[in-house]
Design a protein around this ligand. Structure first.
Ligand code: ARG
Length: 264
């Protein structure tokens, strides 16, 4: 009789402990399972900012930076692949919480979405086939056939070239292929991505003739009035001052990062 009572006491005590542990866990905001999950769009066709390995793993400067931001801000990231051209409308419709994809902050885009503080200093470049001798600068692009990415700042820039015939493509690999095939004379796209791909043997037969034609800054995009923008900005500021940003920059570009403005 005594031993049955003792067993009951033990059982109740254990149940009590279990409940206490469960309760404590759900009140601790830092536990990973309870951290907020942010859906972040990316177009992983943009080496070395976002690329997808053969096994489907996302890698790149932007991916490392976003993961570092999440670590500081205590949220989890669920990356979602989206074509670059569909990113702004996905943000506007709040189908995603944010987008990181080498997205240039522009006045036009700020009309419909919001951006974090600048996180990367960038600019456009002109790329041609290695044997091309006559395209050297903006002026020599007049009347030429030019390939660009749909919805990119390169596409906006190409529109300003007098008499240019513009072909638009969904991703970097496609417009460079068009250049190699001889269908177009030049590509106007982001300088860092193009130079990186050439240097790492991913773009054979192509050279950059003019780089940093424009001064651009990449920002993390969010819907307007996003409750996460302030958190992202604070985390970015922390990574810039604690050396993590520099570490990520050096990992991908093997160089000292340039000074970034605090706002655009
Ligand atoms: N910086 C350019 C823009 O904002 C192009 C970015 C392309 N990024 C990408 N992941 N495909 O228009």
């Amino acid at each position: 009789m005594k031993s049955i009572k003792w067993k009951w006491q033990q059982l109740i005590l254990s149940l009590g402990c279990l409940l206490l542990i469960l309760a404590c866990n759900s009140f601790d905001p830092s536990t990973k399972q309870d951290a907020k999950l942010l859906k972040v769009a990316t177009d992983p066709t943009f080496i070395p900012f976002e690329i997808q390995t053969a096994r489907g793993k996302l890698e790149g400067f932007d991916i490392d930076l976003m993961n570092a931001i999440a670590q500081v801000a205590l949220f989890r990231v669920d990356f979602e692949n989206l074509p670059f051209d569909g990113m702004i409308s996905a943000l506007q419709a709040k189908r995603v919480d944010a987008a990181i994809s080498g997205i240039t902050i522009t006045a036009e885009r700020l009309k419909t979405i919001a951006f974090s503080r600048p996180y990367f200093k960038a600019g456009l470049a002109i790329a041609v086939r290695q044997d091309n001798q006559n395209i050297k600068d903006f002026n020599s692009l007049q009347g030429k056939k030019i390939a660009v990415q749909i919805g990119s700042t390169g596409a906006d820039f190409a529109k300003t070239i007098p008499n240019a015939k513009i072909s638009t493509f969904n991703s970097g690999p496609e417009f460079f292929q068009d250049l190699l095939n001889g269908n177009v004379d030049a590509v106007v796209s982001d300088a860092f991505a193009t130079l990186y791909a050439i240097k790492n043997g991913k773009l054979k037969g192509i050279k950059v003739v003019a780089d940093l034609l424009t001064e651009e800054y990449y920002g993390i995009a969010t819907p307007k009035d996003s409750p996460h923008l302030d958190t992202i900005n604070k985390a970015l500021a922390a990574l810039l001052s604690n050396g993590t940003y520099k570490q990520i920059y050096q990992k991908w570009f093997n160089a000292e990062p340039p000074q970034l403005p605090e706002s655009w």
